[in-house]
Design a protein around this ligand. Sequence first.
Ligand SMILES: Cc1ncc(COP(=O)(O)O)c(C=O)c1O
Length: 427
Amino acid sequence: MFGDLANFMLNKILKFFNRIGKETGFDKGTNYFKTYLDFIRKEDLYPAIYTIDGPSSSPEIIINGKKYLTFSSNNYLGLAGDYRIKQAVIKGIEKYGVGSGSTRLLSGTLDVQVEFEKKLAQFLDCEDSITFSSGFLANVGVIRMLADPFPYFTLFNEKPGIIISDALNHASIIDGVRLASAERTVYKHSDMGELERILKASRQKRKLILTDGVFSMDGDLAKLKEIAELAKIYNALIMVDDAHGTGILGAKGAGTAHHLGVAKNIDLAMGSFTKAFGSIGGFVVANKSITDYLRITARSYIFSDPIIPAIVVGLIEALKIVENGDHLRQQVLTNAEYLRSNLKKLGFTVLGQESTIVPLFIGSEEKAIKFYSALVDNNILAPCIRRPAVPEGKERIRFSLMATHTREQVDILLNVSSDIGKKFNLI
Ligand SMILES: Cc1ncc(COP(=O)(O)O)c(C=O)c1O
């Protein structure tokens, strides 16, 4: 009797949700996704994802048989198509094949991976390094382990710590933070007063400050000196995501913290091989207690295969070139400064400093889309940054420079931008 009543009620509830679902378009399966897609397309928010014919490593790329000048690549030093690295990868494939077989904890780590991690640690002047198959996975695996209790058993009844993250940190940091059981707080971009207030108020023993070294959408540098001072006072760990600074800033390209003279005060530097190294993979450098701890706790290290060994052979070659690449660093930073200062002279608002990223601020979604389309009409590609990457009203065109851009190519961009800027009353 009671079972019958329960079934009756359950059926009523299911029917109700089914009806509501149909009325609101919240139907299972395709209708649900299609409703959102239709809305996104109607609002002109679905991004153009173009198909490039052939390689994308040089400043000129081909789309549908037409040549475009691109300012959208993170291949800052031009190494993605480097002959020496390609040869090294080919040799790596001949020796190791095209996969690593399994995860490192299950099937063992390869000699070439150990060799690379040692060389990387030396390059970044740290005790040790640990690599991941992407920078995103490095952040997602590492962050929570720095603030949460040891995951398997407890030795001294430790409590979750607190994570304090800059508001403009990269999406992979945001997702990494979300996985933690530690308290999560965000401070206004580079606002040292707010960072200090949070540190002062926090009662947790373990405190972790997270910041990009070079902010990927604004192209500005973190205030690492001030952050290091606060971390010392309040006994906090600092982790810097230096995806856009590694290989570019500091002596030999050792990164933003070296450039700002505070490398010794940074506990962990994270980075990606998709930018200056022109390849794939991510890493963290730190002292050996931290890296060994991560080897047995970071789930994206334990449960995901590493960078494939042939690519690691290529990365060893890339590392040599990056270390000795002062001329490449100088070239890309000169290109960026030339573009930045001349856009300013034309009257544009330009964000950022001293980095390979030059964001031309527009501040209107409609105008940013128009600016982007006008660049495309002039055979120039650069991403239009808008929702959800930045809030409404903060839209921009984000130019990223390469060492392989010529002065003539940057001048073409400047002339075209000047014409478009006048047409849309931006300058
Ligand atoms: C600041 C920052 N961190 C992390 C990542 C993720 O790196 P990867 O491309 O190696 O996954 C990126 C990539 O765009 C980035 O810009």
